[in-house]
Design a binder for this molecule. Sequence first.
Ligand code: ZN
Length: 134
Amino acid sequence: MLTTETRDRLIEAALAARQWAYVPYSSYAVGAALLTASGRIYEGMNIENAAYPMTICAERVAVFKAISEGERQFQAIAVVTSNGGSPCGACRQVLAEFGLDTVVLIADGEGHLVWETSVAELLPGAFTPSDLDK
Ligand SMILES: [Zn+2]
């Protein structure tokens, strides 16, 4: 269970990260802030490309930054967009890899929490590492 302070801190971090979004094509800036089990926060923002499919979402930037630093367990991720948009399917799958219980905080451009959910709720029937034969 996240405290109000933790929620606010994560949303603030996502709002701050959003300013660095590189979105010359869509103008749809997204900021994310991922809280790991160790207590660190990794920020991400979406980065577009003239070759559109090369674009990467804010959530995956945050997750990949955390993974590259040795983190594997996440508590929560905050995602901020102008209109409170929710994570895309690709990001839901990437988050599911590291735990279905990760809390997902979705906030608007003013930092108002519009939906508090979880990876499990966002991706029912997720394909996870346990589905692979060891
Ligand atoms: Zn995405």
